[in-house]
Design a protein around this ligand. Structure first.
Ligand code: DAH
Length: 332
């Protein structure tokens, strides 16, 4: 049997086929495999090698032909064609099919207000660890306050953060040099957070927070209240009454809740709890290698969703993650 000849024939035939892979079912090829065991032992190995070689060549050809037909299906782009600057751009998907999510627009607005006040902004991580979620924030292992955060956990033990406070240790560490050079640490962290909670009009498993950190030689609660008032009055574009009430967080001492008077756009009257805040606990500074005997700081953190709901009179936090176009279109 002349394998070379069969080989030439099969390769030529494969080129003619719509589906070149069919050549692997050619009777000639099958025949070769049938002949193999009938050969005298001395010839068998040599013959077997040749069949395998032929099969390998066919496979290679099939691949080349397949790739070429895929390429042919795509209309080639003429990169040397003159560019018509006055031609309209091709509409792959028109702008009417999408719009900015209101939370992203508002998040930018929030960051802009803080930037103007001298705070740099860092995005928080969406997957973090126990150290940043708890330990670095003065929640020792087994601390009961850990349970209050309804955290999710991956099988590997990572934590999708339940608050943006996970960034505090990183911000403090990064800012240490600046602090020791006589400067201050002034940063906000913002981003998506997750809690394994029962859902209702004011609770969502996925939401957004913004957190602030300020450290200097002589930071005070009074400065913190001034920063927060300035932020809320700028964001809502009106003068606001503020007040605080005592709270508990392991990472601040003292800890406070910060409230604003209901904005006039919402009918006014009554108080709204906007965020948690306080003087940074000495243990949190120590965890970032900052000496609490030399430096003091304040921190605050709260939900963006709630802030936006109040601004626009949105009645249910679940709208944000619902993907409902009717809701999203209202913010175009
Ligand atoms: N991380 C807290 C929470 O999600 C909010 C908070 C309270 C942040 C006090 C702070 C703070 O930075 O000082 O419930």
């Amino acid at each position: 049997m002349n394998i070379e000849k069969i080989s030439q024939e099969l390769l030529a035939r494969a080129r003619q086929l719509d589906n070149p892979r069919q050549i692997l079912r050619a009777p000639e090829l099958k025949k070769l495999y049938q002949v193999l065991p009938t050969l005298p032992e001395a010839e068998r190995a040599e013959f077997g090698k040749k069949i395998n070689g032929l099969r390998g060549e066919l496979e290679k050809l099939i691949q080349v032909l397949g790739a070429a037909s895929e390429d042919a299906a795509v209309e080639p782009l003429d990169v040397t064609a003159p560019c018509g600057v006055n031609q309209p751009l091709p509409q792959i998907m028109t702008a009417d099919h999408g719009s900015r999510h209101p939370l992203m627009t508002e998040m930018e607005r929030v960051i802009q207000v803080y930037n103007l006040m001298g705070f740099r902004a860092v995005e928080s991580r969406q997957l973090d660890d126990d150290y940043h979620m708890f330990s670095s924030l003065n929640f020792p292992v087994g601390h009961p306050a850990r349970d209050g955060y309804d955290t999710f956990q991956t099988e590997e033990g990572f934590i999708p953060p339940a608050h943006t406070s996970t960034m505090q240790n990183r911000i403090l560490r990064e800012g240490k040099k600046e602090l020791e050079a006589g400067g201050q640490i002034a940063a906000v962290s913002y981003g998506r957070v997750f809690r394994n909670e029962d859902l209702d009009a004011t609770h969502e498993h996925t939401f957004y927070q913004c957190e602030g950190v300020f450290v200097s030689r002589d930071a005070t609660l009074g400065q913190m209240l001034a920063v927060l008032r300035e932020f809320f009055e700028t964001y809502y574009g009106q003068k606001l009454k503020i007040k605080t009430q005592p709270a508990y967080f392991p990472f601040t001492e003292p800890s406070l809740e910060f409230l604003i008077e209901k904005p006039a756009s919402l009918g006014g009257g009554g108080w709204l709890e906007m965020l948690g805040c306080g003087m940074i606990h000495p243990n949190v500074l120590r965890a970032a290698d900052i000496d609490p005997a030399k430096y003091r700081g304040f921190a605050w953190g709260g939900g963006i969703d709630r802030l936006v709901m109040l601004r626009y009179g949105i009645d249910d936090v679940r709208h944000f993650e619902s993907g409902k176009l009717r809701f999203l279109k209202e913010f175009r």
